[in-house]
Design a protein around this ligand. Structure first.
Ligand code: HEC
Length: 112
């Protein structure tokens, strides 16, 4: 799965809701893409990600940081669950502790 999907899960960045919504769209687009790119991934496994992705979407919609942290936690478990079930348990996703992008700023946005 493209590595770009990995950096969506930061509760800290959720304070930047517009960015969170943008990343979520990337992730939604990325999952089916990944299923197509890696023929080994059974489509139903990707479909099971729909619920956690929707929870994250709801949290972003509601601008609810607690819900967001919980939902991204569940989403991350979904990522790792599938990796384990497909003998890729060594690919472990976690919420990033620091931004991997030293050339980008993610300033806090005022609530619209
Ligand atoms: C439906 C099962 C499944 C789900 C759900 C899944 N993955 Fe994967 N992922 C895989 C498989 C299988 C591979 C290994 C592909 C290969 O070996 O060809 C992989 C590989 C990866 C890789 C390493 C390969 C690369 O191109 O960098 C990353 C990073 C990754 N997944 C991130 C994620 C994230 C983040 C999520 C959750 C949002 C996620 N995955 C959800 C099955 C899944």
């Amino acid at each position: 799965m493209p590595a770009k999907t990995g950096h969506s899960a930061s509760a800290e960045w959720a304070l930047n809701w517009k960015f969170a919504a943008y990343e979520l769209r990337q992730l939604k687009a990325g999952l089916p893409e990944a299923a197509m790119m890696y023929p080994g991934i059974p489509a139903p496994n990707v479909t099971t990600m729909a619920a956690p992705v929707q929870s994250v979407a709801d949290a972003v919609e509601a601008r609810d940081i607690r819900k967001f942290a919980k939902a991204t936690g569940e989403l991350t478990s979904g990522c790792n669950g599938c990796h384990q079930s497909m003998e890729r348990g060594f690919i472990v996703i976690q919420a990033p502790a620091v931004s991997p992008f030293s050339n980008q700023l993610f300033p806090l946005q005022p609530k619209p």
